[in-house]
Ligand binder design. Structure first.
Ligand code: SF4
Ligand code: SF4
Length: 388
C-alpha cells in the first residue's frame, strides 16, 4: 500500500471552494513551487495523452472526443472547456509502472563481476492533473496489486508516495464509459488530493474544488478561491447525475464472477476468438493490467549484462510459456483468461473487480470487441457478443 493510502485522501465534508478557470495557472505555480512536475492531458498524434505540461496553455483545452467501439476521434468544442475530453489511450499507470525498466545490470571486473541494482529512491515528485475517477480507481487497484502484499514493488511504491493527484470529475459521459455501473464514477470519492468539477455555465468558467488530503488543502491555500455558492454545488451535482444517466453502457456486475466460472466451456469464447486479433491493445490501455515479463541481454563483448522488465500481455503466446510450450496457445483461451481474470479471479486474488469501467479497451480494440456485450452474451446463454 502507498504511504498515503486512500483513507487519508478521502472526500472532505467541507463546503467546496470555487476557483476561476483563469486561475488554473496559479494551481500550476502552487504545484511547481512545491517541487512537483505537472503531468496533464495534452494533444499529440490526434489523441489526448498524458505528459509533462508546463502550464494551462499546454493542456488539451477546447478539445473533446468521440469514442465508440474501435473508434476514437478528437473534436473541437465550442464551450472552451479545459477538461472536455474523456480518458485517453496512454493512461496514468506508466508513471508508476513504466512500460520498460532496467532492474539491474552486471559488469565484468578484473576479479569477477559487479551487480548494480537500479536505485528505487527519489523518483520524481509528480502532480497528476486531470485524473478521471475511473482511472483513479484503476490506480488504487494497482496499488493493491503492486504495492500491497508481502512483496511490494519499491519503485512503484516510492513514486506513488510522492505523487499528488488532481482528479477531475466527469460531467459528460464518454462514448464507451460504464463507470456508473461499476461504482467508480462519474465523481471521485477517494484517493485524490484535490478534485475539480468544471462548470462552464451562465457565461462563467470555473471549477468547484474539493480537498481530499492535507497536501491538497495546503496547495489550495496557495490558489485564489472562494467558498462555493449553494447553486454552484447544486449545478455540479446535476451535471454529475446527468453524466451517470447518459452512460450508454453498463456492466451488470452482480454474480458476474460466478457467471464466468460457469461459462468456462461456453461456445461463446470461440465466437470472440473469431474476431479477436490478440493484438494486446486492450491490456496496454487498461489502467489495471499489470503483467510484465523480464528479459536478459548481454553485450556481444561479454563485458555487461542487464535485466529489463517490460509490460507484457496475457494475449501474447509467450506469456503463458511454461517448460515445453504455452498453456494458452489459442486466442480463445487468451481472451477467456483476460476477461475471467478481470471480472472473476481478480475478486479472489484482490477482493475487487479488475475492471473500473473506463471503456478504453472497447475504444482501442481495433475490431471493437466490447466486454460489456460479451458478458451480456454469456448471460444470455453464450451464443454471440456485440449484438451479432
Ligand atoms: S477492462 Fe476495459 S473497461 Fe475495464 S478497466 Fe480495463 S480498459 Fe477499462
Ligand atoms: S480484444 Fe481487441 S484489443 Fe484485445 S487483443 Fe483482442 S482484438 Fe486486440
Amino acid at each position: 500500500m502507498p504511504a498515503r493510502p486512500a483513507a487519508s485522501r478521502s472526500a472532505s465534508p467541507a463546503v467546496p471552494a470555487v476557483m476561476a478557470a483563469g486561475d488554473l495557472g496559479q494551481l500550476f505555480s502552487a504545484l511547481t513551487t512545491r517541487g512537483y512536475q505537472v503531468i496533464g492531458p495534452t494533444v499529440r498524434d490526434g489523441a489526448v495523452v498524458y505528459d509533462a505540461v508546463d502550464g494551462p496553455d499546454a493542456l488539451a483545452a477546447g478539445w473533446g472526443d468521440e469514442q465508440a467501439p474501435g473508434s476514437y476521434r478528437l473534436v473541437r468544442r465550442r464551450d472552451g472547456a479545459i477538461f472536455g475530453h474523456r480518458s485517453g489511450p496512454t493512461g496514468w499507470k506508466r508513471f508508476f509502472w513504466p512500460p520498460e525498466l532496467r532492474l539491474w545490470q552486471a559488469r565484468r571486473m578484473e576479479d569477477g563481476f559487479r551487480v548494480e541494482a537500479e536505485p528505487a529512491a527519489d523518483p520524481p515528485r509528480r502532480a497528476l492533473l486531470g485524473v478521471r475517477p475511473c482511472q483513479l480507481h484503476g490506480l488504487l487497484r494497482l496499488d493493491r496489486v503492486v504495492a500491497g502484499g508481502p512483496y511490494p514493488d519499491p519503485r512503484y511504491r516510492a513514486a506513488r508516495e510522492r505523487a499528488f493527484i488532481v482528479a477531475v470529475n466527469c460531467t459528460e459521459a464518454g462514448g464507451t464509459c460504464f463507470c456508473a455501473s461499476m461504482g467508480t464514477g462519474p465523481a471521485a470519492t477517494a484517493g485524490y488530493d484535490l478534485a475539480l468539477t468544471e462548470l462552464v455555465t451562465d457565461g462563467a468558467h470555473r471549477f468547484l474544488v474539493e480537498a481530499g488530503s492535507e497536501a491538497g488543502r495546503a496547495v489550495l491555500s496557495g490558489v485564489p478561491h472562494r467558498q462555493a455558492e449553494k447553486d454552484e454545488v447544486a449545478a455540479a451535482r446535476v451535471l454529475l447525475q446527468k453524466a451517470a444517466e447518459a452512460m450508454g453502457r453498463r456492466l451488470d456486475a452482480g454474480g458476474v464472477k460466478e457467471l464466468l466460472y460457469e461459462k468456462f466451456e461456453a461456445d461463446h469464447w470461440d465466437r470472440v476468438a473469431e474476431r479477436c486479433l490478440a493484438c494486446a491493445n486492450c491490456t496496454s490501455v487498461c489502467p489495471t493490467c499489470f503483467c510484465t515479463t523480464v528479459t536478459d541481454a548481454t553485450d556481444l563483448a561479454g563485458g555487461r549484462a542487464e535485466r529489463r522488465r517490460r509490460w507484457d500481455s496475457c494475449f501474447s503466446v509467450d506469456f503463458s510459456y511454461i517448460h515445453g510450450g504455452p498453456v494458452r496457445a489459442s486466442v480463445k483461451s487468451r481472451y477467456r483468461q483476460w476477461l475471467t481474470h478481470k471480472l472473476a479471479t481478480w475478486h479472489d486474488q484482490f477482493g475487487t473487480s479488475g475492471c473500473v469501467g473506463c471503456g478504453q479497451c472497447i475504444t482501442w480494440c481495433p475490431v471493437g470487441i466490447d466486454l460489456t456485450a460479451e458478458v451480456r452474451a454469456l448471460r444470455a446463454g453464450g451464443e454471440r457478443g456485440n449484438g451479432v
